[in-house]
Design a protein around this ligand. Structure first.
Ligand code: AMP
Length: 357
C-alpha cells in the first residue's frame, strides 16, 4: 500500500485527470501528469508534468521512474505505451483491460463470455460482410467502427433504404461491428471500484440522458427496480473480477422493458473514471476520483453511500459554461469548471450537481 506523499502518474491531462489529481491531493498524494497537449486542464493542478508524446519511450521511462504507480484517464492508451511503463512500475488498472475495451468486437465477446447479455453483433470487414450481417440482424441496426469511437463518432444507423456500401464507406472502410438495435427505455451505468485486495464497491446505478450523442444529465439513483439495480451491479462485479481490475470502472447498459419486466443489456465498459460518475464529487461520501486514487494506491476503498434522496449532474457543454455566474448564485448548485482555455461547441467545459433532499 502506498502512503500519503506517494506520487501517482496519470496518463492524459483532460478533466478526468484534473479531478483525479485534485482528489489525490486531499489524501496527500502527489500527481504527475503525462500528456502531449500543452494547455491540458490537469497541468494546472498537479505536482509534476511531462509534456511528451505517448510513444516517446525515453519520456515514458523517465516518467515511470519518477512515480510509484501509473494510471490513465482514457482507454485508447497505445499497447506499446503500457508495455514500456510496465517495465518500470506498476500500471493500474492492469493494461489487459485496454485490449478488451479498445475494440468493440473483443469487448462484446468478453462480456458475452461472462454470460452477460449484449446487443446481437456481427464482425464486418467489408461491404459483403456488412450485407450478410444486415441480413442476419435486420434493420434498424447500428454500424460502429471497432476502434476509436466515442460520443457517437464512428457510427452510423442502418435504417430502411440506407445503401450498405455507402454506409461502410462513411466510416472510412475501417473494421466494424454491426449491432442489432436495442429498443431500450433508458440508459444506465454502474460506476464501481475494485481494490488491490479484490474488494469491490459500487455506487448507486445511475440514469443517463444523452443529447446529440453527448452525456447531458446523470441522475442517481436510476428509476429501476431494486432487482435490476442488483443485477447491474453484479454484472459490473463479474467484469471487474474477471479482468482482475484495479481502480474505478464504468459499465454502460441499456434497460429494456417488456412483458417479462426489465432486463439489462451491456453496451460498453470504460476502464476509468467516467462522466456518469461526476455526481459522486458532491453526492457521495467518497467521490469516484478519490476512490480511483485509493484503489490504484492500494489503499482501502471508501464508502459509496449517496447523499440526499436524489443527485442530478448536468454537463456544461460549450457555451453552457458561460452561465457560471448564475450557477454560482444558486445555493443548491455545486459548480465544477475544468479550466479549459478554449470553448467549442460539443466540448465538455464543466458540470453542475444538485443534491435533492
Ligand atoms: P456508444 O458509442 O456505443 O456508447 O453509443 C452511443 C449511443 O448510441 C448510446 O448511448 C445509445 O444511445 C445509442 N446506441 C448505441 N448502440 C446501440 C444499440 N445497439 N441499440 C440502440 N441504441 C444504441
Amino acid at each position: 500500500m502506498l502512503s500519503p506523499g506517494a506520487t501517482i502518474g496519470i496518463l492524459g491531462g483532460g478533466q478526468l485527470a484534473r479531478m483525479l489529481a485534485l482528489a489525490g491531493a486531499r489524501l496527500g498524494l502527489k500527481s504527475h501528469v503525462f500528456s502531449p497537449v500543452a494547455d491540458d486542464p490537469a497541468f494546472d493542478v498537479c505536482s509534476a508534468r511531462t509534456r511528451a508524446d505517448f510513444l516517446d519511450e525515453a519520456a515514458l521511462a523517465a516518467f515511470a521512474d519518477a512515480v510509484d504507480v501509473v494510471t490513465y484517464e482514457f482507454e485508447n492508451v497505445p499497447a506499446r505505451t503500457a508495455e514500456v511503463l510496465e517495465a518500470h512500475c506498476p500500471v493500474r488498472p492492469n493494461p489487459k483491460i485496454l485490449a478488451l475495451t479498445q475494440d468493440r468486437l473483443i469487448e462484446k465477446q468478453f462480456v458475452r463470455g461472462l454470460g452477460i447479455p449484449t446487443a446481437d453483433f456481427a464482425d464486418v470487414s467489408d461491404a459483403g460482410s456488412l450485407a450478410r450481417a444486415v441480413a442476419a440482424l435486420g434493420r434498424p441496426s447500428i454500424l460502429k467502427t471497432r476502434r476509436f469511437g466515442y460520443d457517437g463518432k464512428g457510427q452510423t444507423h442502418i435504417r430502411e433504404g440506407v445503401d450498405l456500401a455507402q454506409a461502410f464507406a462513411t466510416l472510412g472502410g475501417a473494421p466494424c461491428i454491426l449491432e442489432g438495435f436495442v429498443p431500450f427505455v433508458k440508459e444506465v451505468s454502474v460506476v464501481a471500484a475494485r481494490g488491490v485486495d479484490g474488494s469491490f464497491r459500487a455506487y448507486d446505478v445511475c440514469e443517463n440522458v444523452h443529447e446529440h450523442h453527448i452525456l447531458a444529465t446523470t441522475t442517481a439513483p436510476a428509476a429501476i427496480s431494486e432487482a435490476t439495480a442488483r443485477q447491474a451491479i453484479d454484472m459490473a462485479r463479474a467484469i471487474a473480477q474477471d479482468a482482475d481490475y484495479v481502480g474505478v470502472l464504468a459499465v454502460e447498459m441499456f434497460v429494456v422493458a417488456d412483458a417479462q419486466g426489465e432486463r439489462l443489456v451491456v453496451n460498453e465498459i470504460a476502464p476509468r473514471v467516467h462522466n456518469s460518475g461526476h455526481w459522486t464529487l458532491d453526492g457521495a461520501v467518497t467521490s469516484q476520483f478519490e476512490q480511483h486514487m485509493r484503489a490504484v494506491a492500494g489503499m482501502p476503498l471508501g464508502s459509496t453511500r449517496r447523499h440526499g434522496r436524489q443527485v442530478v449532474m448536468r454537463n456544461l457543454i460549450g457555451a453552457d459554461a458561460d452561465t457560471w455566474a448564475g450557477i454560482l448564485a444558486d445555493d443548491g448548485a455545486c459548480l465544477h469548471l475544468y479550466g479549459k482555455t478554449e470553448s467549442r461547441p460539443g466540448r465538455k467545459m464543466g458540470h453542475v450537481t444538485r443534491i435533492l433532499d
